[in-house]
Design a binder for this molecule. Structure first.
Ligand SMILES: [Zn+2]
Length: 264
């Protein structure tokens, strides 16, 4: 898509999770895509002189790439065309389709020179240079919320989800219920390192396919086979030398998995 013009844009519903901008088709039709980016869990397509299209895949959303030459790209027959909600035809003939069966995804516009409420207060990306142990210690300082909740707070660090928070806390040996402000600087530094390591491992494995997640190529991710605590309630702890078992509690409406024997 980068550098190419969108020859036509077809919007097949007025809403997904939220209403789509009424002028979405008009803004995208004929626009040149200057860059594709990611911020937190959002995909961003910058349009020349027309702002940016903001996308979130939600639970089940995916972008399908279909070429104009027969057989160039293959559509998995389990992906139904009735869930194709936004269809972009690029000037080269390639079609980019946003398909979302559950419709928890979203598409919105960031106007030229403007911001967006979903992006304005996001913290640094875990792989940003700004995400340092000192930064995380300052962000946690004085906070009484459980560290699990603090790590899910997108204003502190962007893009971390429930699975990767549980796995990071396990690797760091930190109890998810512990108050964020009551973790020492040395342990916070270890935690920051594990946040990056867990994400790097998950990216290398193509992500975690619990339900709908596919890689951009359509293949499943495999990191779910490397979970050490997530979704392992009642099973033996996998840390060397630990005889504990994985427990589950609900924090802020989300399941936390941890070992009470070795996570303090
Ligand atoms: Zn353990």
């Amino acid at each position: 898509m980068e550098g190419l013009r969108i020859a036509s844009a077809e919007i097949r519903r007025p809403d997904l999770r939220w209403p789509l901008p009424p002028d979405l088709r008009q803004v995208m039709t004929g626009a040149r895509v200057t860059a594709l980016r990611r911020r937190s869990k959002y995909l961003l397509a910058d349009l020349e002189d027309r702002g940016t299209v903001l996308w979130h895949l939600g639970m089940s959303g995916r972008m399908l790439i279909e070429g104009h030459a027969p057989g160039e790209f293959h559509r998995d027959p389990s992906i139904y065309a009735r869930h194709d909600h936004v269809v972009l035809r690029m000037e080269t003939g390639t079609t980019i389709t946003f398909n979302d069966a559950r419709r928890f995804g979203m598409v919105d516009l960031i106007r030229e020179g403007g911001g967006h409420p979903l992006l304005d207060h996001l913290g640094p990306e875990p792989f940003d240079d700004a995400f340092t142990p000192a930064y995380l210690a300052a962000a946690f300082a004085g906070r009484r919320v459980p560290v699990k909740q603090a790590l899910l707070d997108q204003r502190i660090v962007a893009g971390l989800g429930n699975i990767y928070v549980s796995e990071s806390l396990f690797r760091a040996g930190i109890d998810p219920r512990r108050a964020a402000g009551r973790i020492g600087a040395a342990r916070i530094a270890i935690l920051a390192g594990h946040v990056r390591d867990v994400l790097a491992d998950a990216i290398a494995a193509g992500g975690s396919s619990l339900r709908d997640h596919r890689q951009a190529t359509g293949e499943l991710g495999y990191f779910q086979h490397s979970f050490r605590v997530y979704d392992r309630e009642g099973q033996p702890c996998l840390r060397d030398g630990c005889t504990g078992h994985v427990r589950r509690i609900v924090q802020s409406g989300r399941s936390s998995f941890w070992c009470a024997s070795c996570q303090r």
